[in-house]
Every structure is written in structure tokens, then in C-alpha cells.
Design a protein around this ligand. Sequence first.
Ligand SMILES: C=C(O[C@@H]1C=C(C(=O)O)C=C[C@H]1O)C(=O)O
Length: 404
Amino acid sequence: MSLQRVAAPAAAVGELLAAYRPGSAFFSSADGAVLGEGELTVAHSLDGVADTLAAVTTPDRVRPIAIGAVPFDARSPARLVVPETVRYAVPSEGRGAADNGQARHPLQGQWRIRAVPEPTAHVRAVERGLKLLADATPGTAQLRKLVLARCLRLSRDEPVDVAQLLGNLARRDPHGFTFAVDLPRHTPDHRYDADLPRTLVGASPELLVAKRAGQAVAQPLAGSAPRSADSATDQRRAADLLASAKDRHEHALTVEAVATGLRPFCRQLRVPPEPELVKTATMWHLATRVTGELHDPATSSAELARALHPTPAICGTPTEAARDTITDIEPFDRGFYAGAVGYCDAAGDGEWVVAIRCAEVAGGNIDLFAGGGIVPESDPESELAETSAKLRTLLLALGLDQSL
Ligand SMILES: C=C(O[C@@H]1C=C(C(=O)O)C=C[C@H]1O)C(=O)O
């Protein structure tokens, strides 16, 4: 077994982006970027990360990391790779300049597109969800929030160039969390040839949890509005979102769950009473930054991610009832969409984000996903529009400027 080596810090995030090749693992945040190459060993759950890292840690080995993804249903296997070589980059100056236009390098080719479910069926699914939120079933926990998603299956004859897609995503959302990590080759429904590598690629705005220097940080998002190219309209939408009782309710349920999940690990937890606005190139969101001092500074980011995932931002409240309802209603398997993606080192430091604004790529197939939180005050047509707006993160990075 070879040693995990850490190469000298790269000059810029752009260099690591340029070095990404299929099979490597890339993750970037406002703090910089990490690129893992090769495969020393693999952990199949967040639980297994500490032991896997301990097994490869020796006095002469520099802090190993595990990097990869956990599926939406955490009972299914994750893929968290301990790479042979790890390179880090510090944030670069140029990274602040967002490229809000079309993808600079559109992926050429003729796409076949299939919506699963069809848009009208998604509206009906939301109506069904609303009915479940309104009905109390004796003996079962009352659903308070449910997140329903839809999927766009795109395919073409030529394989998707993941490096190009990753570069486009990083340029459009330079302040987001951009990632490309390989997944287990088999999908539960064996939809693709098992020989095809599968990659999760995306640009998530949502920090599930980060841990560094004995501190835990989470930034749940919930409550959304599409951006507008017209700046007055854009500002009005942001102000309306911040004032919306429905969105604040949806947001509060998520913050409450994240605070409850972190509290047992923290001696001091700060939860701001009011949400703030965050934006991506395509969306406005309500956000709350929750920070805590850990009782035990050695608590690992993987352990914290395990305690928090799945949050009501992508599942619902209460968790199990929402997860079962999602399985019943959604006509596709979420796979790694709405899972978690990130890395953790042997000291437990690391960052995990919610796997949204992402796609699963296998050869010439790319599945895009987007969902939205539903509370009793939600409107089905607006929910459909919200998923269409969220899908634009990936569609624009592919060079497809169309509403689907
Ligand atoms: C589920 C998604 O996004 C989540 C749901 C949100 C909402 O309902 O307002 C906002 C941000 C994310 O937590 C997605 O992008 O697919």
C-alpha cells in the first residue's frame, strides 16, 4: 500500500480545477480547494471514516483525508475515498469574479431530454404532499414539512466531459461549494452499464457542517426565490423572500433541526434569531449560520455530518415520515442527490455540503435534480417554478439556456 502524500500547496484553485481528471476527487469552498488522486482505500459510511483514516495513519504519513459522497438514504453505501495523493489550494484573487453569462465552454452535442416526473405530474405530487401535510393520521407522527424533487434525464451519444462541466460550474458560482467525486458504479436500478464510471458533479450553496479548530459551523438554507436579470425585480424578490411568513416557517423548521443535531456536541451554540439572504447565480435563499464550540475538539466533521444528515432542508420533518413519503411519491431514486459531499482529515477537520444543484454523470447520461420544501402554505405551481429555477445551475453550466 502506498503512502498518502501531500504535494506542495498549489498556487490557486484554478490550477487544481485544471488538474482534475475523471477518477479524481475535487472539492472547493471559499477556504480553498482539495484534489485527491488515486485510491489508497475506501470507507463506505461516515461512521467508518475515523477507523479507515486511523488504519492508514502512521508517524511518517501526513494527515490522510477521506473525500467523497454519502447518498440521500444514509442506509445505502457511501463512497469516501482515501486518495494516494492530495493537493490543496488557497483561494485565489480571480475567484471572486463571477461569470454570470452563458457557460464559457458549452458542452456541444444533441441532447435527448426526459423529465421524471413530467412537470404537470410534479405539480400533482406537490398537491399530494400538501394533502398529507393537512391530514392527521392517528398513531403516526404529523408531517410538518416535506421536500419533493424532480429529475431531468439528459443523454447523448458522446460522453459528458466532467472536467469542462466542473470548470463551468466553478466559474459561474465562485463563492459556492463546487465538487466532482466518483460514485459506486452500480445504481440500485442497474440503469447504466456497470463498466461506466459515475460521477457526482455540482455547485452547492449549502454547508451541512464544517469543523476546524474545535469549532463546528453549519449554514442551513430553506426558503427560496429565483433571481432576476432585472436588478429592481431581483432586489424586490429578495426583500419579499425575507418578509415571507411561509418561507420563514419552512426555514425555522430546518434551523431548529440543525441546532438540535449540533447541541449535544457543543458547549456553546450560537443560533441567530433572524435568517439572512444568500444568493447564487440563479437563486436567493434564506440562510442561518449556526456556530458552536465543541465539547471535545477532536469530534470529527464526519461524525457531525452523520448526526445532521438528512436535514429538513432536503428531506422534511419529522425525518422518517418525510423520507418514507418521498420514497412513495417520487418516481425516481434520489441516489446521491440530496446526500452529503465533502472531506474529513485524520484530525476530524473537514467540510461537508448538502448535495444539491448537482448531477450524476455516467458516460453520455446526465441526471439533474432539484427539489423544494413544502409546508401547508405552499403553492404547487410556485413549487414547480422553484425547481425549474434551481435546475438552471446545471443547465446553464451545460450551455443549455432553456426552462425545463
Ligand atoms: C432541495 C433543494 O434545495 C433545498 C431546498 C430549499 C427550499 O426549499 O427553499 C432551499 C435550499 C436547499 O436547502 C435543491 O436545490 O434541490
